[in-house]
Design a protein around this ligand. Sequence first.
Ligand code: FES
Length: 184
Amino acid sequence: MNKNYYIDPDIKKAETLPALFYKDPATFEAIKEQIFLKSWQFIGDENLVKLPQSVHPFILLDSFLTEPMLLTRNKDEHISCLTNVCTHRGNVVALHPGKSKKLTCMYHGRRFNLKGEFEHMPEFNETENFPRPCDNLHQFPLRKLGPLLFAGLNPSFDFQQVIDKMNERIGFYLWMNLFGHLNF
Ligand code: FES
């Protein structure tokens, strides 16, 4: 961020940010790079992939981060947040939410399991040094808070540290109002 915005840490002296903060395109881009790419985003709840062998494609913060992602629940109930971009030529892998045992890219048939692990590619049997770990679909970090799911592109801090701090300060109020119980 090439502009300096100062907020006094003393709340008695701190003032509202200047209007420029909300209007300057460079600040907007800097916030994307320095905050949103490095933090956790709410992506929905577990009901998006309620049943085993469910897939749910979505775009993370469309028109801002615009990252194609894929939420999956495999038959062992493991939930993953994967890139929805094929590791072959970048085609979108899953187009619609629903039940699916495998992820198969419709472009050239590359197939992955619901954890994003490469399984098969037609006509690549003779290919040397293949597959490699980079042929798996990238897994994004995923955290749960009760039924709520949070993912990050490249989070620079520990999710649990934030939750612990919230619990410490407003835990009773927050969880009672959000979920009506305290089982976290
Ligand atoms: S782009 Fe997916 S198999 Fe080729």
